[in-house]
Design a protein around this ligand. Structure first.
Ligand code: ZN
Length: 224
């Protein structure tokens, strides 16, 4: 951390909250928040894993306050969103759906973990090919589809890219796989949520891969 970290963290959380309010008010249908620090490891009383505030969890509650009753959070960062799970687990009107590599820090998020009913965890094994990750993600999105959300928030981490140094190549995704996942999210949003999607950057540490993947994600968000 540095002297500017608190302001950066507040602006990161505030950006996602503002995006949700804009979308709830009908001023926009989709948004991507290119923020750092990320948020999905921060638990309500604990900073963790580069994360100070649980940006997307805060935004999920802001979405409900803005009148969107059912909020789904989809987390495709290679790491489990333990902070989002801790913040949203057991709360009415919220669904948290997360896919992670396994095994992987922080060691939570295996489907066998005992979690509240509104939490769905999926894994893709270490070293899996993108097809394996896609099948697991499809099953995750089936649960989001069945929930019929009024808005989908995305914890968009791009560290499942094959070149990511922090994900150390445990997953082998390319930019096109993130575009595919984004289209799957947009399909469900179009079916239930008037297309409403607010996405926020989480991990992604190879700058070239991060740029390409985020661009593919934003383009897919913009396709409708
Ligand atoms: Zn991550």
């Amino acid at each position: 951390m540095s002297a500017g970290s608190l302001q950066a963290a507040r602006r990161a959380a505030g950006a996602v909250v503002q995006a949700v309010r804009d979308v709830a008010a009908g001023g926009a249908q989709r948004a991507f928040c290119a923020v750092r620090p990320p948020g999905h490891h921060a638990e309500p009383g604990l900073q963790m894993g580069f994360c100070l505030f649980s940006n997307v969890a805060v935004a999920a509650l802001a979405a409900q306050a803005a009148g969107l009753r059912k909020v789904a959070v989809v987390d495709f960062d290679i790491h489990h969103g333990n902070g989002t799970q801790a913040a949203l687990g057991g709360r009415p009107g919220l669904l948290f759906a997360s896919i992670q590599s396994w095994p992987m820090w922080p060691g939570t998020g295996h489907p066998s973990e005992l979690v509240p009913d509104n939490v769905v965890n999926a894994i893709s094994p270490d070293g899996a090919e993108p097809e394996v990750w896609r099948r697991a993600f499809e099953r995750l999105m089936d649960r989001v589809d069945a929930f019929a959300p009024d808005i989908i928030l995305v914890s968009a981490g791009f560290d499942a890219h094959r070149r990511d140094p922090v994900g150390h190549g445990s997953q082998r995704l390319e930019a096109e796989d993130f575009a595919w996942a984004t289209r799957a999210i947009a399909d469900v949003a179009n079916r239930h949520a008037k297309g409403r999607v607010v996405s926020s950057l989480e991990g992604g540490y190879d700058l070239e891969a991060l740029g390409q993947s985020a661009l593919a994600h934003v383009r897919a968000l913009g396709e409708g």
